[in-house]
Design a protein around this ligand. Structure first.
Ligand SMILES: *Cc1c(COP(=O)(O)O)cnc(C)c1O
Length: 227
């Protein structure tokens, strides 16, 4: 017996009404996702294209699928028909490929730009310099089939609240700066995706509009090939 329904309700009750909950279902079975749906929750996040696409094919079509993991350009084609929002755009090349495939699919794909805010080198995302470089390129604004809706970031995995707070605060400042300098004329650059199971309260204090919660809803994940 798990408590998926209660977990979702408890988290949702604690959120300001402008914060969207993404239930991160990676590695979890269809039965768990169906329990979330039975609790009235339809927004899910996955970090692997194959897993997202195969789950989306089976689950209720009302569900919304968010891609939150590093995306390889050769997987974009497969992902596009199923995805609602890509949180993890981390290069101009990837933005170009998404735009090109979106054009072929006759759609406009909503995306967030992922910034590297953590201490860990292993995490993906634009550095400040890389992000500004892209935003200053006229070519970037030729991509008419992607819609940049905001920023995403992952804080350092640590118990040190100050470190997490400083990283989220910095991301929030970048969000405001980029909105003012590059997306002032558009109505949709409004999303700041930050906060996971261990740090979402801090993220909300720092201005998050989307939290991505896995283990707090579905329980710990097991990776059979690790250790
Ligand atoms: C796995 C994952 C999450 C959810 O992590 P939890 O700690 O289980 O809440 C959120 N964001 C990204 C990018 C992830 O890969």
């Amino acid at each position: 017996m798990n408590h998926i329904k209660q977990n979702i309700e408890q988290i949702k009750n604690s959120l300001p009404n402008y914060v969207k909950l993404i239930a991160v279902s990676k590695t979890k079975p269809i039965a768990d996702i169906e329990q979330a749906i039975a609790a009235g929750h339809y927004i899910f996040g996955e970090n692997k294209v194959q897993e997202l696409v195969s789950k989306a094919a089976i689950i209720d079509k009302k569900a919304e699928w968010h891609m939150i993991g590093h995306l390889q350009t050769n997987k974009v084609k497969q992902l596009l028909p199923m995805v609602h929002l890509i949180h993890s755009v981390d290069s101009f090349k990837l933005a170009q490929v998404i735009d090109k495939e979106a054009q072929k699919n006759n759609k406009v794909v909503s995306c967030l730009l992922q910034m590297h805010i953590a201490k860990e080198e292993t995490k993906f995302g634009f550095s400040e310099k890389e992000l500004l470089t892209m935003l200053q390129m006229p070519d970037f604004y030729q991509l008419k089939n992607i819609k940049i809706c905001g920023l995403m970031g992952i804080a350092t995995y640590t118990d040190n609240k100050q470190v997490i707070e400083a990283e989220f605060s910095m991301l929030r400042k970048w969000f405001e700066r980029i909105k003012n300098e590059y997306f002032k004329e558009v109505s949709y650059f409004n999303e700041l995706s930050m906060g996971m199971s261990n740090d979402f309260q801090i993220a909300i204090e720092q201005g998050s509009t989307m939290i991505r919660i896995g283990s707090l809803i579905f329980g710990e994940r097991y990776y059979p090939n690790k250790n």
